[in-house]
Write a protein that binds this ligand. Structure first.
Ligand code: S3P
Length: 454
């Protein structure tokens, strides 16, 4: 297989300062190769939090390598949790980073002496609020500039109803949490959000009585799958999830599957470029996360799932993706929760010769960036035709991208989506603030270089 370096991080003066990096992505005719994807971010957060609340020592293998999951560990350490790692597996395999977490038992976190810093990670902040709401001490949690503009009323309301006192100026972090004895509630989130659902269920573990979350639209269900693995009983019936407070969690040894959302970048690149053939090994195949695979099939890609199995309640296996065409896609409000994190890269797919219309996705404006405005601006900067709507966008891939510049706006998924779009450019493109990939996929550009064929 021909391999060449197609992406290079420009460290020259003017292109790199104060941690800012621009990356040049060269056009590719196809992508080809077999890869292992870093561990899943959503699952890693959950395993770490549950391990911290369990009795005994848990070992998590293939813990997600990005800054987001590191922030969860740092916050837990500030709450008195003894953590060893992440360290490479004994055979030196970087893909198998291991973390050992000494659980403090249910309700056993220690009062922090510092402000907790969730960095760029909404999942860290919202899930920890659920945990801290049920601990009898005060804490403050904040994050970086992006996180400090994200809405928190969605967790403040239900956790306050449970008996905690949470306050935040303008409903944005920092959040001051005055933990209390919680009582179970019945709650129907007004936005489809796995983070909100999980915050309430985690608080439910520390509450008296039953806590039920009813979902109008199913969101990723890693929490529901992880609870029983840690020995927590929970019932799921017709979109309602119920947990009893006061259960003890048991320590476990678990391996996180590869991140389905990170895999999506390579899957889309293979679907977009003729003669591509990529196999991604040991990826999470949770149905709430792989909605994008059926969309790729709909545009003509050939997808095979291989060696499928289930471990720790999570289905996983290899995915082989081959190019097979470019067609029009419509994604409406009902489909959005299943592909919420993949919408930027599906937009990139459409620039390769298809068309994509997304509606009912106003939530994108509350992600790491305003993912509608920043996505449209970046794709236009690369030469794409994109219309922005209040709750979505429309990409028409009726012309080859000329190539140009796109600003990732501090958003990891935008940096990667722009790179996948840029593969189809007539000339090399430059992505500004590309270091954002470190939030979920350090090494992304090296992998891109290794599978791109010019
Ligand atoms: C996540 C849930 C989603 C997703 C985010 C991770 C999680 O956010 O966009 O990247 O791990 O629970 P929302 O719950 O805000 O939709």
């Amino acid at each position: 297989m021909q391999r060449r370096l197609h992406a290079s991080i420009l460290l020259a003066a003017g292109c790199y300062s104060a941690g800012m990096a621009s990356v040049v992505v060269r056009p590719a005719t196809r992508v080809h190769g077999r890869l292992t994807i870093p561990g899943d971010k959503s699952i890693s957060h959950r395993y770490a939090l549950l391990a911290a609340m369990a009795d005994g020592s848990s070992t998590i293998s293939r813990y997600a390598p990005g800054a987001d999951c590191a922030a969860t560990l740092a916050c837990l350490a500030a709450l008195g949790v003894v953590i060893d790692g992440p360290r490479d597996a004994p055979h030196g395999d970087h893909d198998q980073r291991i973390v050992t977490i000494q659980g403090r038992g249910i309700g056993g976190l220690a009062p922090p002496t510092v402000v907790l810093d969730a960095g760029n990670s909404g999942t860290t902040l919202r899930l920890l609020c659920g945990v801290l709401a049920g601990h009898p001490f005060d804490s403050v949690i904040t994050g970086d500039r992006s996180l400090r503009r994200r809405p928190m009323r969605r967790i403040i309301d239900p956790l306050s109803r449970m008996g905690a006192n949470l306050s935040a100026d303008d409903d944005r972090p920092p959040i001051v949490i005055r933990g209390a004895a919680l009582r179970g509630i019945e709650f129907t989130p007004s936005v489809a959000s796995a983070q909100v659902k999980t915050a309430v269920l985690l608080a439910g573990l520390l509450a008296t009585g039953e806590t039920t979350v009813r979902e109008r639209h199913a969101t990723r269900d890693h929490t529901e799958r992880a609870f029983p693995v840690f020995g927590v009983e929970l019932t799921r019936h017709d979109g309602a999830i119920t947990v009893h407070g006061g259960q003890r969690l048991q320590a476990v040894s678990l391996t996180v599957p590869g991140d389905a959302s990170s895999a999506a970048f390579w899957a889309v690149a293979a679907a977009a470029l003729p003669h591509s053939d990529v196999t991604l090994d040991d990826v999470g195949l949770n149905p709430t996360r792989i909605g994008y695979l059926s969309l790729l099939e709909r545009v003509g890609a050939r997808i095979e799932l291989l060696d499928t199995t289930e471990l720790g309640g999570e289905p996983r296996g290899s995915i082989r993706i081959r190019h097979g065409g470019n067609a029009r896609l419509d994604i409406g409000p009902h489909d959005v929760p299943r592909v919420i994190d993949e919408l930027p890269v599906l937009a990139a797919l459409a620039t390769h010769g298809g068309e994509l219309r997304v509606t009912g996705a106003g939530e994108l404006r509350h992600k790491e960036s305003d993912r509608i405005t920043a996505l449209a601006a970046g794709l236009r900067g690369l030469g794409g035709r994109v219309d922005e709507m209040e709750d979505g966008f429309h990409v028409v891939g009726d012309r080859r991208l000329q190539g140009g510049t796109a600003d990732a706006a501090g958003d990891h998924r935008l940096a990667m989506a722009f790179a996948i779009a840029a593969l189809g450019g007539a000339r090399p493109s430059e992505i500004h603030n590309a270091e954002a990939v470190d939030v979920s996929y350090p090494g992304f550009f090296d992998v891109l270089a290794s599978i791109s064929v010019s």
